[in-house]
Ligand binder design. Sequence first.
Ligand SMILES: C[S@@+](CC[C@H](N)C(=O)[O-])C[C@H]1O[C@@H](n2cnc3c(N)ncnc32)[C@H](O)[C@@H]1O
Length: 385
Amino acid sequence: GTNQPADVIQQRMFGTGCLPGPFQFDAYPTCVTAASEEDVPWAPWTSRPYCADNTSYCAFTNSDFQGPNRGVSIIDVEPSSIENASSAVASIAKLLSSPASAPPPASADESSPPYEMRDIPGKGKGLIAIRTIPRGQVFMIDYAALVVDSQLPGRVRRAQGVELLKEAIERLSGAEEVLSLARSSNEPESVSVYEDVMKTNAFTVEITGKAYMALFPRIARMNHACKPNVITRFNATTLSNIVMAFRDISPGEELSISYSTFGLPSAERQEKLLSTWGFKCTCDLCSLPPDELAVSDDRRTKVARLSREVINLVEKGGAENLKKALELYKEAVDAVEEEGLVPHMGNHYQVLGQLWAAAGDVERGREWVKRAKEETAAFEKQINV
Ligand SMILES: C[S@@+](CC[C@H](N)C(=O)[O-])C[C@H]1O[C@@H](n2cnc3c(N)ncnc32)[C@H](O)[C@@H]1O
């Protein structure tokens, strides 16, 4: 913007997140009242990057990304040059410098979302559908507010990591919403609110071939289910996740995503969720009576075993092995369908088609590939890209 009163710009750029920076004698104050882009020597960041002493890590913030009460911060090693294409910092800087060049990932009518946030017994808050959401419909698009190098915890002292997180979060115009995601109860005092926000809400994403922990404030309100009714799809170029219904969702149902490896039997997934996320899962599937849970576990174990066998057989090759692989794969696909493990069967039908073609029955292969295309198209017809 040009010629706006400094206080208006100050408010827009820094919201409530402008805190005194670290004690330093050199040039730039942490809070600036720049009148234009040219006056910001660290553009596209809206404040001077905060760098932790004796580490190569800095927090880079653009407090305007995606409008007021949002913004994005990246904690990463400083790129040697902004041209360094393999750096997420450079890639995000590019996105911020020319946002118009990145097309919107999809559209979702967000004026009246089909869900609202409510208290969920035993799980804190969660999102509940207030209208029917048809399978495949994109009903939310969420942008990363925090992106943190997954290696950070192992590479800096804890106090420095917390300081980087604190600066990264406090400088966002949406700092308040991000901080509200911290667990309110029974956390040992030794865990800071900044660490807790990351630990209980961030997901792993890949940007320019490197692993990051990313926080999506709206998605973060969805609880985990081992048989979720919602899936997300990340776009590293726009830092966005499109969120869509895995199956038809009725009003009153809680929206759920999977935080963990898909398809694991109950004991394994419970252990994994406890060790990585720190909670005991009380989703619908985990709360089934033991005999029903055993049926689900058997199916999941069977799918895993059959998949391994199919891969082995296909690797060995030969007409006999391929035929056997086809039989086992069909069995696996039936179990996948019964267990409701995928949003649509397109990918599985595609594999079946390829297996038939490889086994010499090209006609049958074509039929499966055609069915695969129909399944995929039917699921994705709701996405308006
Ligand atoms: C990403 S947050 C989800 C939103 C959170 N309930 C809130 O109030 O903001 C993850 C936290 O929600 C709770 N949670 C999520 N899924 C759960 C589940 N299936 N069973 C029990 N607790 C769950 C856990 O406390 C977990 O640390």
